[in-house]
Write a protein that binds this ligand. Structure first.
Ligand SMILES: O=C1O[C@H](COP(=O)(O)O)[C@@H](O)[C@H](O)[C@H]1O
Length: 260
């Protein structure tokens, strides 16, 4: 488990631009050392803000897009092309404008896909896809992702792991169907905490006043069942990327306010 590090930016626009720059560097470094890179995307406002900032960054051309694997931390279980699906929003924000290898874009199944409306079967299929991509060093379960990004919900949810729901208690499976989510749509597919923790780096994104309480709770020693964001950490690094509004309720010991 890596201890969370905090980076606080002035506002959400700067946070998105700085996080995009950080992601470019991380991908380029991984491709230089291992030939490929793997990134897990998040849905939500902050995740999509980062992708849009990446799309606008001239340095995006430093990435070898054909040697990048993209995965998702969660998906809203809706028909293909639904505007609320995380992959639809990611395509619009960035993916449609860069030369990715379609075979390396690992979207989670849709509710009108091969598994029909069975979110549990869709989750099992995604777990198999992850297992096929995992090398022997990963013990055959999930790849060691270079960067896994998570938006933090106002209720401390990450991916589609909501407080107290069964998905956040999962310790064996890497991907689960989520039923009865408090945020629409109620049916989702999500990586579990053990899958999230297989990443080298986990980045949690939180911008805006509505995230301030969630960040304060998750970073103040809350349990992961009550505050799923508290259980999200990477093997080598756990990075919270915040804007000043989201950091405004953090204890002084974690983030001292700016001097007058
Ligand atoms: O529904 C979801 O919400 C969270 C957080 O989204 P935000 O808009 O409050 O930042 C997101 O991380 C997750 O991927 C998504 O499915």
């Amino acid at each position: 488990m890596s201890t969370p590090q905090l980076v606080v930016h002035r506002d959400k626009e700067l946070m998105a631009q700085a996080a995009a720059a950080r992601l470019i560097t991380r991908i380029v470094d991984a491709q230089a050392s291992r030939g490929t890179a793997s990134v897990v995307l998040t849905g939500g406002r902050n995740g999509n803000g980062l992708l849009a900032a990446l799309a606008a960054a001239p340095a995006r051309d430093a990435i070898d897009w054909g040697r990048l694997d993209l995965w998702w931390g969660d998906e809203r279980f809706l028909p293909e092309g639904d505007p609320e699906r995380n992959v639809t929003q990611a395509r619009e924000a960035l993916l449609d404008s860069v030369p990715l290898d379609p075979k390396r874009v690992h979207a989670m199944p849709a509710s009108d896909g091969p598994h029909g409306a069975d979110a549990d079967a869709a989750a099992a299929a995604y777990a198999e896809e992850l297992a096929r991509a995992a090398g022997p060093e990963n013990h055959g379960t999930v790849p060691v992702f270079d960067v896994l990004m998570l938006g933090v919900g106002p209720d401390t949810h990450v991916a589609s792991l909501f407080p107290e729901l069964p998905a956040v208690r999962e310790t064996e499976r890497m991907v689960v169907g989520v039923h009865g989510a408090p945020k629409p749509p109620p049916t989702r597919v999500s990586l579990t905490l053990p899958a999230i923790r297989s990443a080298r780096e986990v980045w949690l994104l939180a911008a805006g006043e509505d995230k301030a309480q969630a960040a304060a709770i998750a970073l103040s020693g809350a349990g992961e069942i009550q505050a799923p964001a508290a259980g999200a950490y990477g093997r080598q690094r756990t990075l919270w990327l915040l804007d000043a509004a989201a950091a405004s309720q953090l204890p002084r010991s974690l983030y001292p306010p700016a001097s007058p």
